[in-house]
Design a protein around this ligand. Structure first.
Ligand code: GAL
Length: 422
């Protein structure tokens, strides 16, 4: 074997061995720009730089990720995919079916993902039984965030039922505070709406209406009751274009201008970024009526099949995947991000009260058929149906209709989304 064969063999060994790989670069497309989000993705950048790799940040503004997915589609169709992208839920299936994603079974085996991931997470990362994406975290969307000082001043406890919520809301409003801070964007309204579906209808109803899209469930009395409750909540919020972004709404709760926000636990990342402490400065609680029930939203990175990339870049891509499932990354990233690790073998000792409650309720929900995919965050249905769901909930939020008409309109929109060819 001549020298070049030697050096080629040597670099091939380097490529396979974790942490010994050649310095390469990774271009990562994501949409994490808020205080807590930026602090979190920074952990991954640093882990890659520690390995000697170059991180090329391709960040696309816009909470919820709608803009990022449109940009990604455009890039891939122009034959210019990034190394990896923040792709989640059923979109992973779509990209894998089109043949754009890399099979990373070898890394999954090396790090024993099958033994370390809950079945619901492992399944979401696989296409036809092959791993094509790596999970970063598990977010829960059915959370209520409260400013503790306002509750103390007004003398109300965190509500666990809607009756308690209405009583607390009246007193908070009487005391001159904004009751609910809500960013005026369709995906945020959809995030609140899905929690109300779970709260008013229960896990089975949520499954039937928002996952299986059972037409009778979507048009029935229960959905009417959901809209009735949802519209009551609109009375406690001021919707305006000035308060668009979700993290702006979180700031109002952090600053003591508003008492509550309904939002996934990425909101906790904003409290942490401001040095706020759970149960001292703010309180996290399940949306009333959804204790021990868990709407999951799993963030993940899918890696693109970069046939043209050189070995250094391919080994950098492997190290990106390895780093994401690594202990220290998982701990620091999820503490910053407000989520919990997707791994079942990680200790929660280093996490705060909210994260420990989240993990406890994740496990309880999984045992009681109450662990359900978030429709507002791409876990439950196709991107097309999600788009029609967003649009309709956004429309009805601005111009409410009588509950039974609202249910009919929503059922029509979801049904249309199921059959429209896009
Ligand atoms: C979700 C994403 C979260 C969070 C949120 C707000 O779709 O999964 O990680 O970033 O959007 O941007």
């Amino acid at each position: 074997m001549n020298l070049s064969n030697h050096s080629m063999a040597f670099s091939a060994i380097l490529f396979l061995l974790p942490g010994l790989s050649q310095a390469g670069s990774v271009e990562v497309l994501h949409y994490w720009t808020s205080g807590g989000e930026a602090r979190s993705v920074q952990v991954l950048k640093e882990a890659m730089q520690e390995d000697g790799h170059t991180w090329v940040d391709f960040v696309v503004e816009g909470g919820g990720g709608g803009n990022a997915m449109a940009t990604l589609q455009d890039r891939v169709l122009r034959g210019n995919p990034p190394t990896a992208a923040q792709i989640k839920g059923l979109d992973i299936q779509r990209w894998a079916r089109l043949g754009f994603l890399s099979n990373i079974n070898n890394l999954a085996e090396e790090q024993q993902w099958d033994q370390r991931l809950p079945p619901v997470v492992a399944a979401a990362m696989q296409y036809n039984g092959d791993y094509v994406a790596v999970p970063v975290n598990v977010h829960r969307t059915n959370w209520l965030w409260a400013n503790k000082r306002i509750l103390d001043v007004v003398g109300v406890a965190v509500p666990t039922t809607w009756a308690e919520f209405d009583q607390a809301a009246e007193r908070i409003a009487d005391a001159g505070y904004q009751v609910i801070a809500q960013g005026h964007q369709d995906w945020q309204h959809a995030t609140l709406f899905e929690s109300v579906v779970l709260s008013v209808g229960g896990p089975e109803f949520y499954q039937a209406a928002l996952v299986d899209h059972d037409f009778r469930a979507m048009r029935g009395d229960t959905m009417d009751a959901v809209f009735d409750r949802y519209y009551q909540l609109l009375d406690y919020m001021t919707l305006s274009g000035d308060l668009a972004e979700w993290n702006q709404a979180t700031s109002l709760v952090i600053n003591g201008e508003a008492a509550f926000q309904f939002m996934g636990d990425w909101a906790k990342g904003e409290f942490s970024a401001e040095g706020k402490v759970a149960n001292t400065d703010y309180i996290c609680a399940a949306v009333p009526g959804t204790q021990n029930q868990f709407l999951f939203n799993i963030d993940s990175f899918a890696v693109f099949d970069l046939r043209s990339a050189d070995q250094a870049d391919q080994s950098a891509q492997n190290d990106l995947v390895r780093n994401i499932m690594d202990d220290s990354f998982q701990r620091t990233f999820n503490q910053n991000k407000g989520s919990i690790p997707p791994r079942t073998d990680m200790s929660m000792n280093a996490f705060d009260d909210c994260a420990r409650v989240s993990m406890k309720e994740f496990i309880a929900a999984a045992a009681n058929n109450a662990l359900l995919p978030s429709i507002a965050h791409g876990m439950a249905t196709t991107g097309t149906v999600q788009g029609y769901f967003y649009e309709k909930i956004g429309e009805l939020t601005v111009s409410p209709l009588p509950p039974s008409e609202s249910s009919r309109e929503l059922a029509k929109a979801i049904r249309y989304g199921q059959y429209v060819i896009k």
